[in-house]
Design a protein around this ligand. Sequence first.
Ligand SMILES: Nc1ncnc2c1ncn2[C@@H]1O[C@H](COP(=O)(O)OP(=O)(O)OP(=O)(O)O)[C@@H](O)[C@H]1O
Length: 307
Amino acid sequence: MKPISVHHAHKSYGAKEAVKGISFEVDEGLLFGLIGPDGAGKTTIFRILTTLLKPDKGEALVLGLDVVDDYRQIRKHVGYMPGRFSLYQDLSVEENVAFFASVFGTTIDANYDLIEPIYSQLEPFKDRLAGALSGGMKQKLALSCALIHKPEVLFLDEPTTGVDAVSRKEFWQMLHRLKEENITILVSTPYMDEAEQCDRVALMQDGQILSIDTPERITKTFHNQLWAIKTENKYQLIQLLRSYEYAESVQPFGEYVHYTDKREEVQAEHIMEYLKSKGVINPTVVAIAPDIEDTFMRLMEQEETYE
Ligand SMILES: Nc1ncnc2c1ncn2[C@@H]1O[C@H](COP(=O)(O)OP(=O)(O)OP(=O)(O)O)[C@@H](O)[C@H]1O
């Protein structure tokens, strides 16, 4: 039995089809990522799996239980950290955890061993109101609350959005520790660097899954030579590359533009010559290895082309 299995799930909000026939399964003890931009349908999938929304069509099972027929049992065995508003801002740190414990008929002490690595960092502030905590501390508190009844499956919807880089890193370390406790984790994120922390990922766009695999295998599907190009004027560079007759894809990435070319054999010099012929002084053109973000952008582009 897979802890999570979704078969051809559909969900619409009025005329808007948010989830368009999605299927995926998650093995026990895996850290599985739903990766995609805002509006891809990630939250809708979380709401279906945590029994807060019914799918219009298709089936979703958690721990072998049906999200519609067996919702009461599912709720006892899963932890959910929604994207926002999961804490009571006007209760203290300790009161929030105690409240979530009482909802599940348990106590902080009974489950302290599981939350200890996370909650111990909050204990010095246990009397502080949740509303007065920093983003990173709120996130730790929300995770403590989601774990207080020792769930077998943990659902984390964009847990690191709006959290500083150090707290994000710590958070992922915590998730790896929870995995060792054999908790199955479904986590969503819009950050591609976090995708690489997952055992498997589903890349989502517009209510559909474009690819499911390990981050390494997804990245290997990018076959073309990728170039990172930089000039003084990035906006002008993008325009020039987009109007280059051999351009295949042009994507801004930080201070660089990532570029692929339609030609089989292309050298950095070819691209430099073209840019110089358009008046660009000293362009930097470097061959680089693609990462999962490049692969995702490519898959999204292909999807748009086929539509
Ligand atoms: N209650 C609702 N009524 C109408 N449309 C909705 C509702 N909830 C979500 N949607 C739409 O459904 C689509 C999927 O939303 P969903 O929240 O599942 O995506 P997401 O990937 O979680 O993105 P986000 O990070 O923005 O929440 C979006 O286009 C969204 O605008």
